[in-house]
Design a protein around this ligand. Sequence first.
Ligand code: GAR
Length: 206
Amino acid sequence: MSARTEGINILVLVSGNGSNLQALLDAESAGLLGKGFIVGVISDRPGVYALERARKAGKPTLVEEPRRDLPKDDRRLELSNRILGRAREWQVHYIVLAGFLSILRGPILQEYRGRIINLHPSLLPKYGGPGMYGQRVHEAVLAAGETESGCTVHFVDEGTDTGPIILQRRVPVLAGDTPERLAERIHQEEHIALVEAVQRLVKEHP
Ligand code: GAR
């Protein structure tokens, strides 16, 4: 597994279905990422469909699971350091969290400051933070009677869902929405938002 030396190397981290990874893979193969090149995909859990998507696209994949025997903070740091090691190995310029549910901590956040982005399925700062991920976000939005929701792409910092916002896309909450229907509407926007954010990073790369 060797990184390309001419392109802008992107590492994608995933935990699940990987529809946002797919949007990036499709954009890359359509030539829409410019010099951006997905060098590899890492999942923090085995057997997820995102890994299958990556393999089908011919991308190197790795599973880096959190060590359940460690206490929470150590577990996060140990996994983050392993991912940092891979990022260095693959000469990664940017790290994209595309539905990645582990929390990054420690040196990776300094070494990759301004170069790690996360996708979140709400209009941050609303409905972010510890425990707010996936369907839980949409359930909370519906329970609060919000009239709109959306997605946010932001830089990752030491907090959870707190880093500077790159872009947001909005959707209406419709009468009779279920968390699943709202999630589906937001997913469509996420695919556009994530590709656009990566395009910006590539374009603005020094
Ligand atoms: C996306 O909706 C993303 O915003 C969310 O996980 C989903 C992954 O979908 N991320 C978070 O909740 C992070 N806090 P995908 O696997 O189909 O790309």
